[in-house]
Every structure is written in structure tokens, then in C-alpha cells.
Ligand binder design. Sequence first.
Ligand code: URA
Ligand code: SF4
Length: 217
Amino acid sequence: MPKQIHTAEEFIPAKSTLDSLRKSAAHCTACDLYKRGTQIVFGEGSARARVILVGEQPGDKEDLMGRPFVGPAGKLLDRALEIAGIERDETYVTNIVKHFKWEPRGKRRIHKKPNSLEIAACRPWFEAEVRVIRPQVVICLGATAAQAIIGRNFKVTQQRGKLIFDLQIASAVMATVHPSSILRAPDEEARRDEMTSFVDDLKIAAAYIHKHVRIAA
Ligand code: URA
Ligand code: SF4
């Protein structure tokens, strides 16, 4: 017998607002990750945000705090957005998978990549967030988000920093690296170079936003 595939679809309320989605998502058991995480980490930001930033899954700190991108990667992201000229307040920040997947190593919890079933199970939450917000721009942070949103064969190393105009989900979609990859750079110089490239990618999105996107007051 084929394994039955559950997705979050069955947990999504008919009349969605960000609040109703967040409340329903707290009860999601569509994949096993809910058992491992402390709590769900739903997206955060205004329903009027014109820009969605989407990462892979919450990290250790996010899992404990219940908020996306509040750990070291989030701090780096904040700094990069500021340099690029994108207000984090103007964005909605979320992840393609909403529970932290980890393995114990000593006393630490080590991030583990979500698999394709978990990504498929969770993506209805992201799709519901998109339906409510109707963003003009989506920025994918890292390969997991990029491949889930743009396409399975998308290569971040080759196609980063390019605006894509022919996807349903938003007028413009762009992918860049995940901020935690910058934190893992082998030395200070590499870290600085990668930060510069990351900010350059975000500046491309920023230029589009400032030219084409009206931020609601
Ligand atoms: N990495 C992610 O992809 N998302 C977070 O929320 C934090 C770290
Ligand atoms: Fe539901 Fe996503 Fe958590 Fe899996 S990771 S239980 S699909 S919210």
C-alpha cells in the first residue's frame, strides 16, 4: 500500500485571515515534525506587506521563541535588509516548513533539512499566507524555499539575484542564499564577501520594490 500523504490542506480554515491561519496552524499534525518542535513558528508581519521573505524552517532560537528569523540568521538578515534599503517592517517573514526539524548532538539541537514529504505537507500554509497577503514580491532565502517555490531544478548558485516575472505567486520572485550559509563561511574574509553578494541580491529586489511597489500606509 502506498503511504498516505497528509498535507496541511485539511487544517486550513475556509475564511482565512492571518490570525485564523495562525490559530489553525497551531493544531497542525500533517507531518511528524510537530512532535519534535517546541511550537509552530508561523509567519510574521502585516497582511498589507507587499514583500514576502521565505526561509526553509525555523531554527533553534525561533523554535523556542515561536517567531521566525529571530536567531543569528535573522539578525544577519535584518542587517542585510537594512543595508539594501528594505524595511523589515514592510515585509512578511515566513518559512516554507513551519516546525523546527532537529537532531540531538550532545546537548545541542542540530538543524536537519526537511525532506520532500515534509515540504509538501507544509506548503499549503505558505500558499494560504500568499492568498491572504497577495504579495508583489517574494524573496526566497536558500535552496529549499527556492526549489519549493520556483522549481525543483532551480540552482541558487547559478540563478541567484535574478528577478523572475512569470510565476503566479507574485509579480516578481527572486532567490538568494540563506543567511545562515553566510554564518557558516570558513573565515572572516569569506563571510564579508558572501555578505556583500547577499546584500547585492537584496538590492536588486529593493530597486524593483522602490520602482514598482506601493507600500500601503
Ligand atoms: N532559518 C530559517 O530558514 N528560518 C528561520 O526562521 C530561522 C532560520
Ligand atoms: Fe504541519 Fe508544517 Fe508542522 Fe508538519 S511542519 S506539522 S505540515 S505545520
